[in-house]
Structure formats: C-alpha cells, structure tokens
Design a protein around this ligand. Sequence first.
Ligand SMILES: Nc1ncnc2c1ncn2[C@@H]1O[C@H](COP(=O)(O)OP(=O)(O)OP(=O)(O)O)[C@@H](O)[C@H]1O
Ligand SMILES: [Mg+2]
Length: 112
Amino acid sequence: MKYVTAIIKPFKFTEVRDALAASGISGMTVSEVSGFGRQKGQTEVYRGAEYASSMLPKLRLEIAVPDALAAHVVEIIRAHANNDEIGDGKIFVFPLDRAVRIRTGEQDDNAL
Ligand SMILES: Nc1ncnc2c1ncn2[C@@H]1O[C@H](COP(=O)(O)OP(=O)(O)OP(=O)(O)O)[C@@H](O)[C@H]1O
Ligand SMILES: [Mg+2]
C-alpha cells in the first residue's frame, strides 16, 4: 500500500476531489494547512490578492491506496491540481505498512 499526500491550491480542491472520486479510491482526508515552496519570500497571487507573507494557505489531501492504484492517483492529482503557476503544489508518496478498518477489523488492502 501507499500513502499519497498532496499539497494543493484550495481553489483546485473541487476539481481534484471529483476526479479522484471517479478513480476508484475509497476514502480521503483533507486538512487546511499553510506552507511555502521554493519561492519563499516572494509573493504569489491567492484569490486575487497578493500575500506578502511567505506562508500561504493550501489544502493537504491524504489518500491510502493499494500499490496498483498509486501511480494513477498521483497522475490524477497532478493533472487536475495543475494551473501552470508557481505554488500549484506537490505530491509525496509514502510506503504504508498497515491499515485497519476499525469497525470490522479488516486489514491492509481489505481495510482501505
Ligand atoms: N520540500 C517541501 N517539503 C514539504 N512541503 C513542501 C515542500 N515544497 C513544497 N511544499 C508544500 O507545497 C506547497 C506548494 O509548494 P510549491 O508548489 O510552491 O512548490 P515549489 O517547489 O515552489 O514549486 P513551484 O516552483 O511550482 O512553485 C507549499 O506551500 C508547501 O506547503
Ligand atoms: Mg513555489
């Protein structure tokens, strides 16, 4: 299994979520986060306003997937979160050792 984490621009969330929902994933966690990338110190336009701060609002998506689905999920996120602008985000993929579905006790791929 893999744990796919993506930091994306908030306005892209609906498009990314809808594309992922059609891709076979069974769940997703979303958090509001802030961060910066390579242009730290520079401004980046966010909802029409220029933020002088180097910390900008982003959304973090977290999706646990079977190994066979990981590359597909990464490409869906990349394609739909891409706005061809700085700050569009980043995707990180972690190995996932174990998953447990609390209600049923199912494990690993069966728990996703
Ligand atoms: N190396 C990193 N480690 C952890 N989080 C990161 C890293 N790089 C970027 N992020 C997160 O991703 C968000 C978006 O990063 P961003 O897209 O600006 O990356 P970038 O490398 O500067 O690429 P670009 O040149 O396209 O802007 C950041 O606000 C931060 O939350
Ligand atoms: Mg950047």
